[in-house]
Ligand binder design. Structure first.
Ligand SMILES: [Zn+2]
Length: 48
C-alpha cells in the first residue's frame, strides 16, 4: 500500500512497480500467475 513499492528481480536486479506492464506474466498451474522478469525470464522476484 505504500507509495514507492517496487518489485525487484532477484536474478538480475530489474525493478518495476508491482503489476506494471514492464513485467511479464506466466501461468504456473500449482501457484497461479507469477510475475516474470522481462530481462532474464526469472520468476524469482521480491516485492520491497
Ligand atoms: Zn531478471
Amino acid at each position: 500500500m505504500s507509495l514507492g513499492t517496487v518489485q525487484r528481480c532477484l536474478e538480475c536486479g530489474f525493478e518495476a512497480p508491482p503489476g506494471s506492464d514492464a513485467w511479464s506474466r506466466v501461468e504456473h498451474p500449482p501457484l497461479g500467475t507469477l510475475t516474470q522478469c522481462p530481462e532474464c525470464g526469472s520468476t524469482n522476484t521480491h516485492t520491497l
